[in-house]
Every structure is written in C-alpha cells, then in structure tokens.
Design a protein around this ligand. Sequence first.
Ligand code: ADP
Length: 342
Amino acid sequence: MSSPTQKKQEKREDDIFLDSKLRPSKWAEYIGQKQIKDNLHILLEAARGRNQPPEHILFYGPPGLGKTTLAHLIAHETGRQMKVTSGPAIEKVGDLASILTNLSPGDILFIDEIHRLNKMVEEILYPAMESGSLDIIIGKGPSARTIQLDLPPFTLVAATTRIALLSSPLRSRFSGGVFRLEFYTDEEIKEIARRSLSILGTEHTLEDDALEEIARRSRFTPRTANYLIKRVRDFAQVHKKSLSKKTVHEALSLLGIDELGLSSSDRKVLETIIDKFDGGPVGLKTIAAATAEEEATIEEVTEPYLIQLGLLERTAKGRVATQKAYDHLGFDYPENKDSNEC
Ligand code: ADP
C-alpha cells in the first residue's frame, strides 16, 4: 500500500503529465481571466514598444487556476526563453546567485511557490529585481566585503497560493502588477473540458449534460476539470460505456466526488467541524490535527472551495460551518445556533 506521502507524489506526477499535455500554448486557448489577460497584453505591448523586458509580475490564487500557464504564455508571446524553478528548490543564496548569473538577456525567470523562499534568499532577490544587480558578500567578520555584479536584464514571473505569506517589500517589487486569479465559471470550465477531451482523444463524444456534470464537480478549477475528464474517459473505456451523464455520475462516485464536487477530505473537514466542534468556530491547527490533514492543504486547497460554495466561513475566532454545509451533509442545523453566536 502507498504511504500518504507516496500517494501525494503519485498524484503530483499525474498532474504534471496532464498539465504539460493539456497546457494552452496560445492566448486564444487560455479561457477566462479576461481582466488579467487584458492587463498583460498592455504590459507586454508597452514593453515591446520600449524594447525592454516586461516588468516583474506576480500571480496568486488557489492551485490549478492557470498561473504557470500564464507564465508560459508570456514567454511564448514575447519570444523569450523561460527558466523554471520554485521557492523550495532555491535553498541557499548561492542557488539563486547561480540561477541569476546564468540568465541570458531578456530571459523570463519563473519562480513557483515564491512564498517558500527563505529570508536570506529573498534579500538577494530585492536588488536583482530593482536594479538588476547581485550583491555578494565575500569573506566573514570584519574583513567581509560586498561586491556587486551586474545581471542581464530579465523578467521575474512568480506564482503563489499564499499571498499573505509574502513580505510587503517583496510584493512591492512586482512593478508590472500583482494579479489574483479568479475561480472559473461553469461555461468556461466546459470549454476547457471540451478542448481537453479532444486532445486526450476518445472514440465517443461527451454528451452535453455529461459535460455540465463534470463542470459542476470541477471546483471551478481547470486542473480538476482535466483530471476528471481523464478519469471519466478511462472509466467509459474500461466499462465500454458512452460518455453520458450517467457514466460521469458513476465514475465520479467511484472517486468519492459528490454532486457539489467535494472530495472525501473536503467532507471530512466539514464533518469534523460540525460533529466534533459544534459547527465552530474552530482554529485551523485544531482542524488539521483532528482530520490528520496538512494545514497547508486545508488552507490552500480545501478552504477556498468550501468558502466559494458558501459551506464554510472564516471568522476572527476560527472556521465556521454554515447551514448549507449542515444541509449538504445531512446534519440537523441547531435552531439556536445563530443566536448563540451573537
Ligand atoms: P497553477 O500554476 O495555477 O497551479 P496551471 O497553470 O499549472 O495552474 O494549470 C493547470 C492546468 O489547467 C494547465 O496545464 C491547463 O491544462 C489547465 N488550465 C489552467 N488554466 C487554464 C485556462 N485559463 N484555459 C485552459 N486551460 C487552463
């Protein structure tokens, strides 16, 4: 049996494979996020007019909403080379120095999970972003001295799921803009799912109400839609079924995904708050301990979706399950609950 860490790793590899296969390579294929796209077009066009690399850009929002894809599209649109790394991969100041000094003029550097950069590394990044220089300290103690290296002009595109963890000096250096990705509408998800199915290939066409069913359970998130499309296609193939609403229903029930798109871990979080903590308020740490889920996963993946659906509220005192959550999970909502909380 796989350990939880192995399971996470396997899922990740599956995600990586699907992401790269289905990632849009043209703006026209990138559905939704209209405001961000409009702003980026202006930014990129203006930089092109000045014959300079675009300014540094930060994208934030829950996983799977298209941040990495935007970075790829920017590189593609500007015809520039992109180097990809991530916050946890840059452990030491020397790692970042080596990445920066190996950039070619005009390169795009994409740093995913930038909130996980350590403070010392972050401080090297400030002058690099601001004035294109690298400050290196040589030696130790009183004889230590700083030398400054000029870096080739570059654009940093960064992504984070946890904007609140970014220091304000770092945030303020994204002079090109800080953009929040929004959840997608059902119509947008349907368009994405349709395209994905045509790339993944199947002998059957997806019936319209089946597509709707997938969209409804996709957490308003393209990566989830792609994952579900793949699972449904596999299920239909193995059981020799058409891609109907009924097949979608059966395939997703087998995965433990309910009609609101909640996974078993989403339901466990809600059930724990309702059952063990009288619906809340209860702190994140306590929920994590009681459900044996990681705090970061609850905060980055579970909560944004539950909040978006109106099943959970985040208050100053902690997380609270709403009446809609009680109804969805089949618990009786205590009549005196609202008055108790006043
Ligand atoms: P993030 O970096 O926010 O976690 P990604 O950019 O890796 O998300 O997106 C995951 C996958 O979802 C992509 O490979 C792509 O197939 C799909 N995707 C994301 N955003 C869009 C979009 N706007 N239009 C079409 N497909 C998208």
